[in-house]
Write a protein that binds this ligand. Structure first.
Ligand code: UD1
Ligand code: UDP
Length: 346
């Protein structure tokens, strides 16, 4: 069994860290093709180094640019790679909902190589999000659909997809269980020692592409009673100088996965628009404020563990941070998703 995994963005490296080692243990041969969507060392190399992810067989260097150009460049690279390869790939595997996911999905569908989609069935029902387009199209050309939740299975059913749908649980829980014990032994940046702090991340176009919205969010963050640690996503690199950074905010370059888990585990709460981090906060039993109008991870909203805030940030962020969530229940599987995926593909 030869699998070609196509990935390219930060959260996909973390998912691959969980799955690739199980493939190895199960005797599945895997080649990793990196689209190059993320390319800074802090967005790319650090994950391969820290998380023992097999080295990619090739990097297509297709990062940056507008969506159409980026996706097209990836498609050309993926197609050529497969056609030129001496190996015959039995399956193509993709994670999540990025442009790298969609590019590989379209190429493998046209080349008629069965496609496995890990994190299938997620829906925000908001087609203004590029990810919603990517995940819907990918699901509709997939032959193996690995769902993290019952809701994801139901979402696929409501679109007429019922064959080869597997409730695997979330591979990000596998990753968290494996790396958290090591992560929490790390030390925090000195400035964070004394009192508590919030962890803050933001990278969705909805929040980062309108200066007025990001400005309002930063004003609200500046009024919080504790320090705020903010590892800044590179899409904001050239934009941040236009903003006044509040005094309680500690800016950082993006940090690795181990540092992120450590920072989250010791924080008071998370303020984010990240998909993956909403779940990581939930698994670590931290309050989460999600700066979006909806989430595809709807289960995290139950009993108030995660709250959506999309306007009047000065009032709504502190209010959400103060509320006490209800009973915590395990969600998104048992941390053995990768094993089910490997066994199914075999
Ligand atoms: C992408 C995914 C998003 C995912 C996020 C994870 C799509 C449509 N979006 O968003 O679903 O949540 O990754 O972080 O696939 N840049 C750098 N260095 C890097 C990476 C990006 O400078 O290492 C800059 C480039 O200017 C680039 C911009 O950030 O054009 C946006 O990067 P891109 O990968 O297109 O989208 P993300 O916002 O990272
Ligand atoms: N993450 C990281 N460093 C950071 C911010 C996030 O390693 O500076 C990790 C985080 O722990 C999670 C994943 O990256 O596992 C989420 O990626 P991101 O928020 O970029 O994308 P999304 O999940 O929204 O697609």
């Amino acid at each position: 069994m030869n699998i070609l995994t196509v990935l390219g963005a930060r959260p996909q490296f973390i998912k691959a860290a969980a799955v690739s080692q199980v493939f190895l243990a199960e005797g599945i041969e895997e080649d990793i093709l990196h689209t190059g969507q993320h390319f800074d060392d802090e967005m790319d190399r650090v994950f391969f180094d820290e998380l023992e992810i097999p080295h990619p067989i090739k990097n297509l260097s297709a990062g940056g640019g507008h969506h159409g150009a980026q996706t097209a460049k990836m498609m050309i690279g993926i197609e050529s790679f497969i056609l030129d390869s001496k190996k015959k790939y039995d399956r193509v595997l993709v994670y999540g909902d990025t442009n790298s996911t969609l590019a590989a999905a379209l190429v493998s569908a046209k080349l008629q190589i069965p496609l496995a989609h890990v994190e299938a069935g997620l829906r925000s029902h908001n087609l203004a999000m590029p990810e919603e387009i990517n995940r819907k199209l990918t699901d509709h050309v997939s032959q193996f659909l690995f769902c993290p939740s019952d809701q994801a299975v139901q979402n696929l059913k409501s679109e007429g997809i019922t064959d080869a749908v597997y409730l695997s649980g979330d591979v990000m829980l596998d990753a968290l269980n494996r790396f958290k014990p090591k992560a929490i032994q790390r030390s925090l940046p000195g400035e964070l020692h004394e009192e508590g702090y919030y962890l803050f991340t933001v990278h969705r176009p909805y929040n980062t592409d309108q200066a007025s919205r990001l400005g309002e969010i930063l004003c609200a963050i500046g009024e919080l009673p504790y320090r705020v640690f903010w590892p800044v996503h590179p899409r904001l690199k050239s934009k941040l100088h236009a903003f006044e950074i509040p005094k309680n905010v500690l800016l950082s370059n993006p940090v690795g996965y181990l540092d992120t888990l450590n920072l989250l585990s010791k924080s008071i709460a998370l303020i984010t628009d990240s998909g993956g981090m909403q779940k990581e906060a939930y698994w670590m039993q931290k309050n989460c404020v999600t700066l979006r109008s909806e989430t595809e991870w709807t289960e995290t909203l139950e009993r108030g563990w995660n709250q959506l805030v999309v306007n009047d940030y000065k009032t709504n962020i502190p209010r959400a941070l103060q509320s006490k969530p209800g009973e915590w229940m395990p969600k998104y599987g048992n941390g053995q998703a990768a094993k089910l995926i490997a066994e199914t593909l075999k």
